[in-house]
Design a protein around this ligand. Structure first.
Ligand SMILES: Cc1cc2nc3c(=O)[nH]c(=O)nc-3n(C[C@H](O)[C@H](O)[C@H](O)COP(=O)(O)O)c2cc1C
Length: 325
């Protein structure tokens, strides 16, 4: 059975409230997680193959930021059959996140989260990746509360990241949220040099064409290689600001990818994330012009093999499309 030990572990975690499961994963000893991943092994390549930043990916479906805040789950992502893995968001200094933390599984396949960017800072992430990393591309998502902070964390993790996602769109941290405004986020650019590894701007969900254009202009003016669309949608939940992920986001994600692909220059990288719950949705984003897709709510609902299953389903969907074309 693909993902044997992983799937068993997930079945046990599934019995717990999602926040408890998330805390267990983030306090488990990294050596144990690595051992579980290696004993489980990687499922066979799912396809469809795509190229990203000169690397050939076995699958275009990666794990989105938020699943692995500190890099301890990188080998687990490999065993999940992910085409690539995004760690973070990593902050320049250790940060506890908000209180109370919330993580809810919704009946429609979505999630509500309010973690508030907890991060141990870059040190353990860099140490872990230098000690041994799985043979899939590893991106690092970065966030900060000041423009200088973005520069600081970028320089700290630049050596270990295949690319970097610049998160300006966490909906549940007040000190961070004002970077959602493109004119505020512009201050970050000067601190992110020399742009190796390449940078992608991770934007919030929007249906506002003018706002989307501003994000594209910002990414281009900053010399970024592309855009990740999108983060969770801001909602109120039990009196708190929180982020909504899952199916409710998909139409906005698809619109953003379609529109950005129309406007963006050739070679501009687009990663679609938000509501990718099955292969048909992943295939729709790839057809609309995404170079790759990421998932998170689907992992929380469908389990650790979600990235792999969604890639298999997407391949079938794309082949069916070719057959009927
Ligand atoms: C528990 C949780 C934590 C998250 N943390 C981050 C984060 O630290 N940085 C970030 O850029 N996005 C974060 N996200 C947003 C996801 O990366 C993703 O953009 C969003 O959940 C939409 O994808 P989905 O519909 O597949 O869940 C988080 C999402 C969840 C559910």
């Amino acid at each position: 059975m693909e993902g044997g030990i992983l799937t068993l572990g997930w079945r046990a975690l599934r019995l717990l409230p999602p926040l408890v499961a998330w805390r267990i994963l983030h306090s488990a000893p990294p050596w144990l997680l690595d051992a579980i991943a290696k004993a489980s092994g990687r499922p066979p390549p799912a396809g469809p193959r795509v190229e990203l930043f000169g690397r050939r990916l076995e699958s275009p479906v990666g794990v989105a930021a938020g699943f692995d805040k500190d890099g301890r789950l990188a080998w687990i992502a490999w065993a999940m059959g992910a085409g690539f893995h995004v760690i973070g968001s990593v902050l320049p200094h250790p940060h506890e996140g908000v209180k109370p933390k919330i993580l809810v599984r919704l009946p429609d396949g979505g999630t509500i989260n309010r973690l508030g960017l907890p991060s141990p800072g870059p040190r353990p992430v860099v140490r872990r990746l230098k000690e041994g990393r799985p043979p899939i591309p590893i991106a690092v998502s970065i966030a900060a509360f000041t423009a200088e902070g973005y520069g600081e964390v970028y320089r700290s993790i630049a050596d270990v990241a295949d690319w970097v996602e610049v998160n300006i769109s966490c909906p549940n941290v007040v000190e961070h949220r004002y970077f959602e405004d493109p004119s505020v986020a512009a201050a970050i650019c000067d601190h992110l040099k020399p742009r190796i590894p390449p940078l992608l701007l991770k934007i919030p969900p929007t249906r506002d064409a003018k706002r989307l254009e501003e994000y594209l202009d910002l990414a281009r003016a900053c010399g970024f290689a592309g855009i990740v669309a999108t983060n969770t949608r801001r909602i109120r939940y039990r009196g708190f600001e929180a982020g909504l992920g899952g199916p409710a986001l998909f139409e906005d994600t698809l619109w953003a990818i379609k529109t950005l692909r129309e406007w963006a220059p050739k070679g501009f990288v687009l990663i679609g994330v938000g509501g990718v719950t099955n292969g048909a949705k992943a295939a729709a984003l790839l057809k609309a012009g995404a170079n790759a897709v990421e998932v998170l709510s689907s992992i929380i609902h469908r389990g650790p093999l979600a990235p792999w299953l969604i890639a298999l389903e997407a391949l079938k969907e794309l082949k069916r499309g070719e057959g009927s074309a």
